[in-house]
Each structure stands twice: as C-alpha cells, then as structure tokens.
Design a protein around this ligand. Structure first.
Ligand code: PLP
Length: 395
C-alpha cells in the first residue's frame, strides 16, 4: 500500500508523459512520419562529437579504481575547481570549488536546494507559466508553491502581483530563463526588479529570501540575446545548471548547483547541500560524466536546427493566425489556444495527429506548449495539421 502523500503526487501526474505514450500508439497506426509529436523536451540534436570522445578517452585512460569509486558527495574537486575558474573568467566572480555541488542534472540540483532551505509550510514563488515539476519538488519538502502569473503579453513576470504574493513565509523564488514553456528570456530589467523586491523583503523580515535560477537552457538562445547572470544582481542566489540540453545528454544525468559566495549562511548551505545530495540518495553524480565536464563545458549543441525550426514554425503559425510571443531561447513556443479550454484544444489537435501540451500543465490555461526539438521535416509536415486545426475552430 502506498502512502497518502504519494497518492497526491499521482493525481493529474504528467500529462506530458501520457501524451508521449499516446504518440507512440498513434505512430503504430499512422506511421511515425505522419504523427507530429511536439510533446516532449527531449533534445533532437546530437551531442557535440567531443562529448563521446571525452567519455571514451576517460574510460580508456583513467585509473578504474578511482574512476568508478565514490567521489566526494559534492563531486570531484578538480572538476568543481574547473567550473569555478570558468565562472571567474566569464562572469568575474570570486568562486572556488566550494561554490559548487555536482548533481544528477537540474532536477537533483533543485531538489537538494529545496531540501536545504525549506521548512514545512514555507512558500516558494514561481512565475507561471512554469515547469510543472516545481510543484512536486517543493511538495517533496512540504513547501507550498505560490504561483504568480506572468504578464501574458510578454511572459515577463508581473512584478506588482509578485510583490503582493510575497509573504513572511516566502523562503524562495524560482525563476527559469530561458523559460520552459515560453522560450522567453527574462530581461536584465526584470532580474534587477526581482532582486530589489527580494532585497527589501529580506530586510523587512530579517530572513533571506533565496532566488533559485533554474538554467538548463542558458546556452540555447537565439539572435545573440544575453541571459543575465543572476548572482550579479542578487546575493542570495543559487544557480541550478544542467548539461541535459546544452550538450544533449539528458540520460546521463549531469549538472550542478552553484551557490553565490555572498549568500547568507554560505558555509552552512554548502555543507548541507553536500549532505542533501547523499541523504536523498543521489550520493554523487555519475563519475564519468563529471570527468567529461572540463573537456566540454565551453561546448554547446549545434543550435542551427532549433533555430531553423523556431523561425519556420513561428512564421507559419503567425501566418495562420495563431497568437504567440516569439521565443528567444530554449526549444519551446507557447501560443494561445484558439478556444479558452486548452485541454479540449490539445485533444482536438490529436484528430490531426498533432501532439501539443495544454498550458494548464504549466499553470497557465488558455495556451499550449509546442516543443520544437524535432526534425525539420516534422515541422514542415505539420503545417497542414496546424492549418486544419485553425479551420476547425474558425467555423
Ligand atoms: N528545469 C527545467 C525548466 C526543465 O525544462 C528541465 C527538464 O526538462 C529540468 C529542470 C530538469 O532537467 P535535468 O534533465 O537536468 O534534470
């Protein structure tokens, strides 16, 4: 018999996964080339060749005992030092290996951060639309998610609602930029404004409110747009980073937490992150992939495929009369649904073999997420279906 708490995680769980399963069934009936599956954020571009080369080379040359043994729970010291020196040269920080804990992806990074800072009943603000797993991660530690709707015309956070939702129980704010599901990058102005509001709140309550910057898509940006480096603006910042998307290796589970040196309680936080990594059962991140980091941290996948998909799909959808904020990064777009009920809309899309995810899964009904990390052929071949869907709701 499962626990009552676990039952609450199961209700309404993962519409995205369910859709993925449905896509596989549809592919059997219609042929995979005739199903336009935009449901999952699984990278479609191969990792840079250096990634596999580095992994093979490490397996060939490293001392097997040390390579396959347990490292420090925070990860290999030399790898963490590499990350620190890289940050110091790019962002002018003063980091050392102490600022880093290497994790099994951003999912583990977020979980250990929340484990370390939340007491039961503490509130965590998220800006909708947001990655739905935040609900589960926060609930893991008996925290309460407080969603704040973004300005729906830009998907930048609505700062006045944000100020209103802050309370004495607010312990953290999670931001995700470039954003899943909108593809929007939060501007420097937005980051500055969030930081100022949080500084004021922390001063007023005498307790720090932490800013958690979830950044798996940092490298996937278009038109040379800059993604602000959040610790430059706010002392109490954690960065949760992942190589899942930047190097197209989500199955390898590798990423890290970076704690800003100026964060309140830095030493205690760092020790606790190390322990959280162990006691949550991650223990340490996979050692081969830790060792790959120094060889590949400056690399990124070939973005041109995503860029072309973004350009073509965006112009096609706008041409058909769909309303959409142009994504600046990641590999998602988030158009308005043609009827208010986004679930009904995404269900109707299946008639045309289009798999898209209701905005409600991201706390933002009335929209849908299209993951364009697919082949360019899928994008081109889907046009007729998007057209037929539009016609269905124009009658
Ligand atoms: N955060 C966001 C916004 C994501 O989209 C994802 C994965 O899709 C994650 C975190 C988790 O990524 P990882 O594979 O690094 O655990």
């Amino acid at each position: 018999m499962v626990s009552e708490k676990m039952k609450t995680f199961m209700t309404g769980n993962s519409a995205i996964r369910a859709m993925f399963e449905e896509g596989k069934k549809m592919a059997k009936v219609y042929g995979s080339e005739n199903v336009y599956d935009f449901s999952l954020g699984n990278p479609s571009v191969e990792p840079p060749k250096e990634v596999n080369e580095a992994a093979i080379n490490i397996l060939r040359t490293a001392n097997p005992n040390s390579l396959h043994g347990y490292p420090n729970n925070s990860g290999y010291e030399d790898v963490r030092l590499h990350l620190a020196l890289r940050s110091n040269s790019i962002h002018g920080t003063d980091y050392s290996e102490k600022n880093y804990v290497i994790t099994t992806g951003a999912a583990a990074a977020l979980n250990i951060i929340l484990k370390v800072i939340l007491d039961p009943g503490d509130e965590v603000i998220v800006f909708a639309p947001y990655f739905g797993e935040y609900n589960n991660y926060v609930k893991n530690y008996d925290g309460i998610v407080v969603p704040v709707m973004a300005d729906l015309s830009t998907f930048q956070p609505d700062l006045s609602s944000f100020e209103q939702k802050l309370s004495d129980k607010t312990r953290a704010v999670i931001i995700n930029t470039p954003n899943n599901p909108t593809g929007v990058v939060y501007s420097e102005e937005t980051i500055k404004a969030i930081s100022l509001i949080l500084d004021n709140k922390s001063r007023q309550t005498g307790k720090p409110v932490y800013l958690i910057s979830d950044e798996p898509y940092r490298e996937l940006v278009y038109d040379n747009i800059k993604v602000p480096f959040v610790p430059d603006y706010y002392n109490n910042t954690f960065v949760a980073y992942s190589y899942s998307k930047s190097l197209s290796i989500p199955g390898e589970r590798i990423g890290y937490v970076c704690v800003n040196s100026a964060a309140d309680g830095f030493d205690e936080i760092v020790s606790c992150l190390n322990v959280a990594n162990r006691i949550l059962g991650f223990v340490n991140a996979p050692t081969i992939w830790q060792k790959v980091i120094p060889y590949c941290s400056d690399l990124s996948v070939d973005k041109s495929v995503y860029e072309l998909n973004r350009k073509d799909l965006y112009s096609q959808l706008c041409g058909l009369g769909y309303e959409c904020v142009k994504p600046q990064g990641a590999f998602y777009m988030f158009p308005k649904t043609l009827i208010p009920d986004d679930k009904e809309f995404c269900n109707a899309a299946k008639e045309f073999r289009l798999l898209i995810v209701p905005g409600s899964s991201f706390g933002c009904p009335g929209f849908c997420r299209i993951s364009y990390c697919v082949s360019h052929d899928t994008v081109i071949n889907s046009y007729e279906s998007f057209k037929a869907l539009k016609e269905k709701f124009s009658r």
